[in-house]
Design a protein around this ligand. Structure first.
Ligand code: LLP
Length: 435
């Protein structure tokens, strides 16, 4: 099991993260528990900020809250002076309640509700990313009512098919996101936005997918965008202010994954954008990206308690843990693979081939199909690494499972970021109605 950031084996032979023994965390906060390595999040952001700079245009990194978001996380993003990408009223509300500066918020979504758009406009966020034609009229109507003008980007789909799981591809000629660069009336759509008295057209947004390992796909996308920006300038005289390349930078999950360090990918994007700018002389002012997973993915570890070990007659050995698909849907949904280890035996060899299964009422509730871990016993704490992105945010109450707590660890201290749900929380919105 590969360890990241401050994760290490301490003097007691136990896994420690942020200087805190994970066995102590399991005792104090109980399991399952999401543990976030705050220092790793912060140093990753620092590295990305250092790499993503240009002398030719401004650069901004907007953290994609969908990967992992709480009010505490909003505070970290604010302290690091990043911008923020939200994709729902709920994410926007979380940022607002955390006191996050609204003029650094971007809003996405392929079907933003009228209420979500109204909230974004009222809160005067930095920009709304228009996803489709119907949204143009909706935003104009709200702005007209409120006598406001809203800055917008247009999400375009450059038609780049990146090599990633097909559920997390967002580009291609049949994608539900954005407007294709190959759509015949695209220039008319842009003209409509640009001419609107209620909209300030700032530029293009794209996001070609998630967990992408080959940076060449970002380069292909940039190339298509710049070719189109050139056409836009020549045919309509429109010079865009912003190009937002979205997120999608891949991270290590399991042996065999070999992602290029994100700071190198960012440098490559900068170099290529500078070259495109020199070639086409577009005169744009701002390049943005929206990473989520690459900021929080490796910083998260989930701790579970082993409740049983079952050797089947077919020869398969299961290690049962007290969580599963409700706290991490990714293996079931995307066949995502993870690494695991027993927290007080990491210095021992991982010789036992097991399947780590959850406690939910589904055969598909398998966290790791086949992995080698140290010998497990009932009561052991099992850690799964790289659960920082899209685990807590995609968690559910399936089987009336109370969602786990989230703690941030740093410098030997653990801070509760989200309380563990209680059974009371589970029935809070239920109504016992007259029969
Ligand atoms: N910007 C936009 C417009 C996006 O749609 C996404 C992710 C991001 C940025 C951030 O992408 P990242 O840097 O985190 O790859 N639930 C899936 C991932 C879905 C990603 C959706 N969009 C998973 O667990 O793999």
């Amino acid at each position: 099991m590969k360890l990241f950031g401050t994760s290490k084996i301490n003097e007691k032979g136990n896994l420690s993260i942020g200087g805190v023994d994970t066995n102590d965390l399991a005792k104090e906060f109980e399991t399952p528990l999401y543990v976030m390595d705050q220092e790793l999040i912060e140093t990753t952001i620092d590295k990305m900020k250092k790499a993503f700079v240009s002398s030719r245009f401004d650069t901004h990194i907007a953290y994609a809250g969908k990967a992992f978001f709480t009010t505490g996380m909003a505070k970290i993003i604010e302290a690091k002076d990043l911008e923020l990408d939200v994709v729902s009223g709920g994410e926007l509300y979380t940022a607002y309640k955390a006191g996050f500066p609204m003029d650094k918020v971007h809003m996405h979504g392929n079907n933003k509700s009228y209420e979500e758009l109204e909230m974004a406009i009222d809160l005067e966020i930095k920009q709304i990313v228009i996803d489709n034609e119907d949204e143009i009229g909706k935003i104009e109507k709200i702005c007209k009512e409120k006598n406001k003008k809203q800055a917008v980007l247009l999400r375009i789909d450059p038609g780049i098919e990146a090599h990633t799981h097909h559920y997390i591809k967002t580009s291609g000629l049949t994608s539900k996101f954005g407007i294709s660069l190959f759509q015949k009336d695209l220039l008319d759509i842009i003209k409509r936005i640009n001419d609107s008295e209620y909209l300030e057209f700032r530029g293009f947004h794209t996001h070609i997918g998630s967990q992408i390992f080959q940076s060449i796909f970002f380069i292909f996308a940039l190339e298509e965008i710049f070719k189109y920006l050139d056409k836009l300038k020549k045919e309509l005289g429109i010079v865009v202010h912003t190009v937002n390349m979205g997120g999608g930078f891949g991270v290590y999950y399991k042996e065999g994954d070999d992602p290029v360090p994100v700071e190198e990918v960012l440098k490559e994007i900068i170099t290529y954008t500078e070259a495109m700018e020199i070639k086409y002389k577009i005169g744009f002012k701002e390049l943005c990206i929206e990473p989520g997973r690459s900021i929080v993915g490796n910083a998260g570890t989930t701790l579970y308690e082993v409740g049983g070990i079952k050797k089947t007659v077919g020869g398969k050995t299961y290690v049962f843990v007290n969580g599963g698909m409700a706290d991490n849907i990714r293996p079931a949904l995307y066949q995502a693979e993870y690494e695991a280890g027993i927290t007080n035996k990491l210095d021992k060899e991982a010789t036992n081939e097991v399947t780590v299964a959850g406690k939910f009422c589904e055969s598909g509730d398998i966290l790791i199909e086949k992995t080698k871990i140290q010998e497990a016993h009932v009561g052991d704490i099992l850690a799964i690494t790289t659960t920082g992105a899209y685990c807590y945010t995609m968690s559910s109450n399936y089987n009336r499972f109370a969602k786990p707590a989230v703690v941030f660890v740093k410098d030997g201290k653990a801070k509760l970021a989200v309380k563990r749900e209680t059974f009371e929380d589970l029935i809070r919105n239920d109504e016992i109605f007259e029969l």
